[in-house]
Design a protein around this ligand. Sequence first.
Ligand code: FES
Length: 352
Amino acid sequence: MSKEVSIEVDGKGVKVQDGITIKKALEMTGYKVAKYPEKGSLFAPCEIGGCWSCAVEVDKELKPACVTFVKDGLRIGTSLPEGHVPKRIVHSFSGHTVGGVGTPWWLKGSHGYIEAACFAAGCNLCCPQCQNWETTYRGKGKAFTPKEAAETMTSTRSEFGVDRMAISGGESTLNRRWLVEYVRELKGLNPDPDARIHVDTNASILTRDYIDELVDAGMADIGPDLKGYYPETFMRIAAIEDKGLAERYLNTAWDAAKYLIDRYKDRVFIGIGIPYNKELISVHEIGLIGERLYEIDPEVQVCVLDYRPEFKRLDLVKPGYEEMVEIHKILKGKGLKAVICQTQHGHIGPEL
Ligand code: FES
C-alpha cells in the first residue's frame, strides 16, 4: 500500500496517495477537471505541462497541476487571485519563410522571411500525425508571462526585419487569459500600422466571445483549422475517442470560422486550413467542406495542407503533387476563389 500524504486544498486538509499529480489529487477530492473550458472546472487540456491552463497556486506559486506532484504539507489554491500573471511554455522564437494558414497567399511565394513566429507548447488534440509534434509535446522550457513573450517576439520581429508576428503551436488558444494578454502586450509594443499579429489555431475552443477579446486586443490575422466535416473524421485525425467532445470541438471550430468571416472579415485577415491525406479524409469530404465554406464566403482563403508522415504515423504517404492538384480543382469547382494547396513543390496558388 503506498504512503499517504496530507495536503491542503482551498484551506481544507485532505489525505491523498503520495506520488500522484495535483490534478489527480484534485479529481480524487471531488474537483471537476474538463477538456473543454467550463465554469467551475479545472481546464486541463494538454496534460504535458505546456499550456498552464490547469495552473493552481502551490504554496503561493503558480504551477501546472497536471505535472506537479503532491508532497506532504503542500497548500494548494484552486482559485487564482485576481490580477495574477498567467504563464505558459513558448518555444522557438524565430524568423519564418513559409508562414501559416492565416498568412495571405500572395506573401507565400516571397523570398526571405515572411514573419516571426513562436510555438506554444501543449495541445488539446492528440493528432498521431501532428506536423509540429516536437514543439507541441515539449512540456519543458521557460514558462513565459505574456509580457516576457511579447518582448521576445518584438525583438525577434526586429531581428528578422518583418512586420508579421505569429503564434502557432501546439495549440495557441488553450490558455485564454495568457493569449489575450500576450496579444495586448504585443500590440502595445508594436503600435505601428504595419505590425500584424497572427494567431494560428485549431479553433476547437475558440468561442465567439474569445474571438471578440482577441480582436479587441489587436489580433489582425487568424488561421483556424477545420479538421473535418464529419465528427468521425475529426476523431480519426485528432485521436479524440469521446464523440461528444469531438463534436463540441468541431462545432466550435466551424462556428468560429463563420463568426470570424461574418463579423470581422473587413478587420481581420482569415485563412482557413484543411488537412489532406487520403488515409485521413476522403476527397468527397473535402468537397463537402468546400461547399460549406462556399456558403459562408466564396472569397475566403482556404489553404489545404498535405499531411506528411510524422510523429506516430510514419506509415502515411505524403500526397503527391498531382493529388494536390486534384484537391485544388475540387475546391475551386465548389466556387471557392482563393484556394491554395501546400505541395512538395511549394504552394499552388488560387490560379492553377
Ligand atoms: S493541462 Fe496542464 S499544462 Fe496543459
